[in-house]
Write a protein that binds this ligand. Structure first.
Ligand code: NZQ
Ligand code: ZN
Length: 388
């Protein structure tokens, strides 16, 4: 096990009545807040009115910034920063999914910085101060509700990049699984694919003597897979929605990666697809993760064999680790297809035209990954494996 430092102070309020705790969770010292949200789902579901009633009761001055799009844009972040500076905003409330939360985090950091917020994404600057923020989550997926990351796309060059800072971990996250019941199936299952991927990015490691986190990862994966099938049967199953929402937060809270070297190549390779084609994050992962697995499993077949046995319940019999690894990758792809996710680029209309451009952008800051260090050529091969 590697040494680690862990800090995750986000308060969680979970359950059917959790939105009612918003008033209590908002510190009395905040007078002017920015309410940040997306394209309108929170108005259609009635959540917006519920939140506004609570904020009015608290006599807060509320400034609104709607319009966050999936794969959030830097332009809106800059608008938010300007509002925060002009109106002396002391708290940001993000109501929505990962895109809204990430946009809010970038605004929170950018508003306390004299330079351009993109500097954090290019690592030319590091966050030293941020406006505190809170979250009401409407889609279990990214784990951004307690994570220290923000992922934003710069329209100039269509670069999708991230920064990490403990200063943007939300002060609180309100998690009501019922809010996720209005999600269309494609978003529910793209979110689930993202949750699984956050575990896998940590699970596939060469770090040894990590029994506790191995078991936590495997348990999380089993719970998510089981409850995905329940949701496929009945999208209104509260118990399954609750398991998925809890798993989404745990999967990316940092807990499952403690003491391990993690990978993140599949995420980075997928981000290049979203940047050019606007593809939903979870969709990029359902296509890239299986291709990545096929490309790298020989680096450590025993790890993939363990994945086969512990996650998919495949009987080891007298099979070799390589045989088990291939069975596990097939089982994973079958699961993704069972929940209606695409597993090939051709299914989403992406051809090989821009593979070289995407691979080049992916390694702009150097080779990626830990399980297998990948350069431009490797990444092109993974795109090719994902093609059809
Ligand atoms: O904009 P609205 O109208 O709200 O609609 C959204 C959006 O169209 C809709 N939606 C959300 N909750 C809903 C709902 N529709 C009906 N009922 C509800 N309850 O769902 C759509 C997708 O929302 P989005 O926020 O984009 O989804 P997600 O949470 O998957 O976020 C994806 C973004 O987060 C980044 C991704 O790269 C992507 O940009 N990630 C952030 C991470 C982090 N900060 O730690 C880690 C992840 O790996 C990921 O990279
Ligand atoms: Zn993700």
């Amino acid at each position: 096990m590697k040494d680690f430092y862990y800090y995750n102070p986000t308060k969680l309020s979970f359950g059917k009545d959790s939105v009612g705790f918003l008033g209590k969770l908002l510190s009395k010292e905040h007078k002017r807040i920015l309410l940040h949200y997306g394209g309108g789902s929170i108005k259609r579901t009635g959540l917006y009115d519920q939140v506004m009633d609570i904020l009015k009761e608290r006599d807060l001055e509320v400034y609104e910034l709607p319009g966050v799009v999936p794969n959030p844009r830097l332009g809106l972040v800059r608008e938010g920063i300007q509002i925060c500076k002009e109106k002396d905003i002391s708290f940001i409330l993000a109501v929505g999914g990962g895109s809204v939360i990430d946009s809010a985090k970038a605004i929170a950091a950018g508003a306390k910085y004299d330079g351009d917020v993109w500097d954090f994404f290019t690592k030319e600057a590091f966050v030293e101060e941020a406006i505190p923020l809170g979250v009401i989550l409407t889609i279990p997926a990214t784990g951004s509700e307690t994570s220290n990351g923000s992922v934003v796309t710069n329209e100039d060059g269509m670069l999708k990049r991230s920064f990490n800072s403990d200063l943007v971990r939300p002060e609180f996250a309100i998690l009501n699984p019922e809010l996720s019941m209005t999600l269309p199936d494609n978003q529910t299952f793209a979110g689930i694919t993202d949750i699984i991927s956050h575990v896998l990015e940590r699970y596939f490691t060469h770090t040894e003597n990590v029994d506790l986190t191995d078991n936590l990862c495997e348990g999380t994966l089993r719970a998510v897979i089981k409850n995905s099938y329940r949701l496929k049967e009945d999208p209104q199953d509260y118990a399954a929605r609750a398991e998925i929402m809890q798993s989404g937060t745990i999967a990316h809270s940092g807990l499952l990666g403690l003491g391990r070297a993690d990978d993140w190549s599949s995420h980075k390779i997928g981000h290049e697809i979203s940047a050019l084609y606007g593809t939903t994050h979870g969709v990029t992962l359902s296509i890239i993760f299986p291709a990545w697995m096929k490309y790298v499993y020989k680096e450590n077949p025993a790890r993939f064999a363990r994945f086969a046995v512990e996650v998919f319940g495949i009987a080891p019999d007298d099979k070799s680790d390589e045989e088990l690894a291939l069975e596990a990758i097939e089982a994973f792809e079958n699961f993704l297809r069972d929940i209606g996710m695409p597993t090939r680029l051709k299914e989403i209309g992406v051809s090989s035209d821009r593979f070289e451009e995407m691979a080049k952008k992916c390694v702009l800051s150097g080779p990626i990954g830990q399980f297998k260090v990948l350069n431009e050529e490797d990444i092109i091969k993974i795109y090719q494996l994902a093609l059809e």
